[in-house]
Design a protein around this ligand. Sequence first.
Ligand code: ADP
Length: 331
Amino acid sequence: MERVATVEVSPNLALNKYWGTRDNMPKNTALHNNVAVHLDGLRTTTTVRLSDEGKDSFVINGKPVSDKDFERHAKFIDYLRGELGFGSRVNLVSQNNYPTSAGLASSAAGYAAETLATVKALDLELPETRLSYLARSGSGSACRSVPYGGGFIEWIVKEGYARQLAPPEHWPDFRVVVGVASEGEKEISSQEAMKRTRQSPLFEKWLSNGEDDYQQIRRGVLNKDIHAVGEAAERNARRMHRLIRSTGVTYWNAQSWPMADAVEALRDTGTEAWWTSDAGPHIKVFCLQPDVPVVEKTLRESGALRTIVSKPGEGPMYADTHLPPVKTLSA
Ligand code: ADP
């Protein structure tokens, strides 16, 4: 019987950021507890086939991954082999329905899906917390895309995994509006930029400020308080980008700045709209459902190439139909 499994997983957007690691900590250990939301409508679909011959292969969006990226995936699969005790080769085919390696968290959904599909193809039943823990080794934020209930997710550092804070229906009119600032891929991966920030003079400050942002966001989500969530999220993102820029890296482009300024100007007129941004040029706005049209208009008029509107999304789902195999030179 063919050992194959397919899963659909959403990327997640951090309300306060997982950014930076410490030398003496296990891989991808966050510096602060953090909260994220699964993004409805954005999906990564991944099929894993196990085989006893050939090599591992990874095909994303129809193309084999680059040599450098192959190393990262192969290392992760080796880690899963060690943890789960299997020897088979992994042949992965995956598709994102949103921009890849562009600051929309394809790494989170991608490595979460890689973990879940591999475990399912092995026919293993593992607790969600263990799956989340395993996914974290592929990409830190991947642990937050694992919880099956979706919605709002909390990654508690000392536990080493993420779990649901509130289901999607807890806050149905919470919205994320993404102002897409580029369709291209980023030049410096988040992992690389994170390593650099350890040398920044602002790093200690970043370490000491994180807990307050997390607490305000956590309470804000539970109380459905857009002002509290937005204020702390924007403050946290602004600090993160200042930290990144201090190492000579910037993820923003000519569209990003005017979009962020326009969101702040919109807020001055009384609309609860607050921006965040990740390791990419896009500006993502937290707001409530009735304000979506004015937020979209603001983003378009200030430089967005297009907008994506999302709400708290469902968690991972397994599928019975599989993506077709793709033959690669390495497989
Ligand atoms: P992003 O901002 O989109 O998360 P990063 O540069 O931080 O981009 O991470 C890209 C990493 O995520 C790469 O290792 C890439 O291979 C991986 N990735 C992207 N999409 C998928 C996918 N569908 N399945 C597995 N891995 C993926």
